[in-house]
Design a protein around this ligand. Structure first.
Ligand code: PLP
Length: 432
């Protein structure tokens, strides 16, 4: 274990005990810090831009619970709304007005979405959207991109990013070959590869699913013309285009990547921000396609806790806060200050690095770049990233514990937080 200068006794005790209780001591793999080394920090509470661990250390947080905390953790208006909702009970398992409210907000915001179905996680949303793509087109094959993560369902665990990338698992045991045989993969930003797959599999491809801005292989942006090209190719071949906006939705713009880049997919998945920190996912899109979902149509998909009133409440309040004038300008400004600072300081201190941001999503790779796809991202010096991560942690800055994850800011992050963070960056990078 890496030496640490902060006191983490309780974190270590808790995590040691957790090893016997849960696989790897965690409820989700990346949290275990395997790719950066050292012990994970166990948290006690969150507020605004900050998190506190069980030993009482405070950190500026750039994970934001992996995206949902875009208004800052435990925003007082979200908490108050939740208190009110809580008094009415935690789950109805029946229609509730709040679903209409959030559905309308999502439909108003996201151009491709004419109807929406709420589920409980991004994974669930992606599983469901895939079934729908196949049902609507009556085709089985799909195209995904290397390093893109669409949750942990079998058919997506092919060259998936996020924790799969982090752990170096090319795939997962337990995933039947028959299932992944219909999952074709191409490098991100490689239109020619996609074209070739369409040629080789004429009339067999249901659609293309992607993170329009990749966040699960580190932060990777689409090259000019890539998203447009996918839109044209899918049209040409009678296939569907699906944007997985679980991460980018309401984060890189209120209307997501489809607003930012002006490309309208057929279907969209959402999660993270729209649950305001409670478990939520959603999928939606063209009315003719969504009308195939049960009970309107034959494509089965259901959920005991789907449309949960607490999750709907947190989502509604979060979106209301995001609608206030100037929010995305603010997010863009402070995040760019951070992202520019990261690259500049890395270069000044002699580390090959590249990175960037779109609104409140950012990344830094320890490689010269440019990074257009997962292969490029893998050229990063991950051992160096591990040391950087630990150094930052010791200086009270909590970054995603993997080179292959994007970072997130929130409305609660101040200029002062960014400046304090960059001072720590300079300090750590000077001695990497
Ligand atoms: C996080 C994420 C998912 C999975 O969402 P969960 O809520 O963790 O199941 C799917 N797609 C993308 C792009 C994500 O970032």
């Amino acid at each position: 274990m890496v030496n640490t200068t902060i006191k983490t006794t309780k974190s270590q005790e808790t995590f040691a005990a957790a090893q016997h209780l849960m696989p790897g001591g965690v409820s989700s793999p990346v949290r275990a810090f395997k790719s950066v080394g050292g012990q994970p920090i166990v948290f006690d509470r969150v507020n605004g831009a900050y998190i506190w661990d069980v030993d009482g250390n405070q950190y500026i947080d750039y994970v934001g619970s992996w995206g949902p905390a875009i208004c800052g953790h435990a925003h007082p208006e979200v908490i108050t709304a939740l208190h009110t909702a809580l008094e009415k009970g935690t789950s109805f398992g029946a229609p509730c007005v709040l679903e209409n409210v959030l559905a309308e907000m999502v439909i108003d915001a996201v151009k491709s979405i004419e109807m929406v179905r709420f589920v409980n996680s991004g994974t669930e949303a992606c599983m469901a959207v895939l079934r729908l793509m196949r049902a609507f087109t009556n085709r089985e094959k799909i195209i995904k991109f290397e390093g893109c993560y669409h949750g942990h369902a079998d058919m997506f665990l092919v060259k998936a990013g996020s924790g799969v990338a982090t752990l170096g698992l090319p795939d997962s045991p337990g995933v039947p070959k028959a299932v992944t045989r219909s999952t074709l993969t191409a490098p991100f930003n490689d239109l020619e590869a996609v074209k070739a797959l369409f040629e080789e599999n004429r009339d067999e491809i249901a659609g293309v699913i992607l993170e329009p801005v990749v966040g699960n292989a580190g932060f990777i942006t689409p090259d000019a013309g890539f998203l447009e090209g996918l839109r044209e190719l899918t049209h040409e071949h009678g296939a569907l285009l699906v944007f997985d906006e679980v991460m980018t939705g309401f984060r890189i713009a209120y209307g997501g990547a489809q607003e930012k880049f002006g490309i309208t997919p057929d279907l969209t998945t959402l999660g993270k921000v729209i649950g305001g920190g409670l478990p939520v996912g959603a999928y939606g899109g063209r009315r003719d396609i969504m009308s195939m979902v049960a009970p309107a149509g034959p494509v089965y998909q259901a959920g005991t806790l789907s449309g949960n009133p607490l999750a709907m409440t947190a989502g509604i309040k979060t979106l209301e806060l995001l609608q206030k004038p100037g929010t995305y300008e603010y997010l863009a400004r402070i995040t760019q200050k951070l992202a520019d600072g990261l690259v500049q300081i890395a270069q000044e201190t002699g580390h090959p690095a590249c990175g960037g941001n779109i609104s409140a999503m950012f990344g830094l790779f320890f490689t010269d770049g440019p990074v257009h796809n997962y292969e490029d991202a893998k050229k990063s010096d991950t051992a160096k990233f591990g040391r950087f991560h630990r150094g930052m942690l010791e200086r009270g800055i909590y970054l995603a514990p993997s080179q292959f994850e994007a970072g997130f800011t929130s409305l609660a992050h101040t200029d002062e937080d960014i400046e304090q963070t960059l001072a720590a960056v300079r300090d750590v990078m000077s001695s990497l």
